[in-house]
Design a protein around this ligand. Structure first.
Ligand SMILES: [Zn+2]
Length: 475
């Protein structure tokens, strides 16, 4: 949809640049000056024929009027003020909306817009309680489920960007990533003193993206981090105005990075070939593109429904059995709390995600059929460790799609009745009688599952630390 405020500002910009009054331009295109004023204020949408007439009268291309950017800084501020004054937060204050007249100074306008931004920031800071964060996270997962976890716009952007540096097959090299950055006007700089809690820092003025030291040459993490930093720019992100906005941006930059590392066409070709050979395996997909198992499994969820015609589920589960990350569109019943949030909930002991921890040989994927009240699923799980914590990554599909996967002849089969607590939560009567009231255990304080999300303000990085860092490196 066209942004009427921007369009109006662009018309005004070119009109005043030619020293025409509203009446003068209006009479050239056969409308009243008052009508033109409404258009310039973004209150009325002009027909295309009128826009064409206006562009001719002003001696500019139609595309110049339709461009999606404010014509100058003053116009940007005016559009911003208009937008913020129409927000529910401002509306709830019952204060009048200010029209930025020509006599209002740039300073006054800048101050007003700045105050609006601070108002919005404080309002969303106040609601970003852990519970709100969980709700926002849950809503985002529901929205992505409705889209089959697939975002065609970002797929295209990633593929175009990767092609523009001549990348064709296999793993995306560091060199290609650097060239992508260069095309955007950035240099990748590895430094050892990034601010705490910052994964990367972008210096827009000097065109630099600061990343942690390249301690693991060729590591997937650094390419991914650099791509995520570029994604903010390519996707036109501005500072998030709510927690939901923050999560949405994070999802988009992760998606973009994954779509560069495993581009759409190459990935779908690879996976379709594997499907035709009835030999789909996340470990092969991972190795072909030089990424982590988790990245490959998540990427598989982006493509499986839209391009391979199958529904599926993804789980990242910790050694204690709690969900770190989950996605499903195949009907598997994820464990959820009262808010509908799944992060931190325990999955059934019988699911592949947990059964895989019980086996001794963990170098390859573990395969299992799991019977649940919602049907039988084929699951493939890879375990790993990060720091001292173990985790498992699972991709599962309905029984009817098992035939496309490596491991389908596995003898492992488990029955799960969860969320019925008699499935695996309640001790047997025998054990309960034996031990009830005769023991006491001291629980570990459970690390809060959303603790990696920033608390307080969502950008999460302390400004003082950030600016000191930028200054030290600006030289
Ligand atoms: Zn169970």
């Amino acid at each position: 949809m066209r942004d009427l405020a921007t369009l109006g500002q662009r018309i005004r910009h070119f009109r005043t640049g030619r020293s025409l009054t509203l009446e003068q331009l209006g009479s050239e295109v056969n409308i009243a000056g008052s009508q033109l004023s409404l258009i310039e204020n973004g209150r009325r949408e002009p027909r295309l024929s009128l826009l064409t007439a206006i562009s001719t009268a002003l001696g500019v291309q139609l595309a110049d009027l339709l461009e999606d950017a404010p014509p100058n800084e003053r116009a940007r501020l005016e559009i911003e003020l208009d937008r913020m004054q129409r927000s529910p937060i401002y509306g709830s204050l019952g204060l009048p909306a200010i029209r930025p007249s020509r006599t209002m100074s740039d300073d006054a306008l800048t101050a007003l817009v700045g105050l609006h931004h601070e108002l919005a920031r404080r309002a969303s800071e106040a609601i970003a309680t852990p519970e709100e964060a969980r709700r926002a996270n849950t809503e985002l997962r529901q929205r992505m489920r409705a889209r089959d976890n697939h975002l065609p716009e970002i797929e295209k952007l990633a593929e175009d960007t990767v092609r523009s540096v001549g990348h064709q097959v296999g793993a995306l090299t560091h060199r290609s990533v650097s060239r992508m950055a260069q095309q955007l006007g950035f240099e990748l700089v590895h430094v050892g003193d990034l601010p705490h809690s910052a994964r990367s820092v972008t210096d827009l003025e000097n065109g630099r993206i600061y990343l942690p030291p390249a301690s693991i040459p060729g590591g997937h993490g650094l390419r991914s981090m650099a791509l995520q930093a570029m994604a903010h720019r390519l996707l036109g992100h501005t500072e998030p105005t709510s927690y939901a906005d923050f999560l949405q941006q994070r999802l988009e930059i992760n998606y973009f990075a994954a779509a560069c590392l495993m581009p759409l066409t190459q990935s779908v070709d690879f996976l379709r070939t594997a499907k035709s050979e009835r030999n789909i395996a996340v470990e092969d997909f991972r190795d072909a593109f030089g990424v982590t198992h988790e990245a490959a499994a998540l990427r598989f969820t982006n493509l499986a429904t839209a391009h391979l015609d199958m529904t599926l589920h993804f789980l990242r589960v910790g050694g204690e059995g709690g969900v770190y990350k989950a996605y499903e569109n195949d009907g598997l019943r994820l464990p959820v709390d009262v808010t509908g949030s799944t992060e931190g909930q325990l999955v059934c002991r019988h699911w592949s995600s947990r059964m895989a921890f019980t086996r001794t040989n963990r170098t390859t994927e573990f395969y299992q059929y799991t019977d649940t009240p919602e049907g039988t699923f084929f699951e493939s799980t890879q375990t790993g460790t990060s720091g001292s914590d173990e985790f498992s990554i699972t991709i599962g599909v309905p029984f009817s799609d098992a035939k496309w996967f490596r491991g389908r002849e596995t003898p492992h089969r488990e029955a799960s009745r969860c969320p019925d607590e008699n499935c695996c939560r309640r001790p047997s009567n025998e054990l309960a009688t034996r031990w009830s009231g005769k023991a006491w255990s001291s629980a570990k304080l459970h690390a809060h599952i959303l603790s990696p999300l920033p608390s307080g303000t969502f950008p999460g990085v302390d400004d003082q630390e950030l600016y000191a860092f930028l200054q030290a490196h600006a030289d």
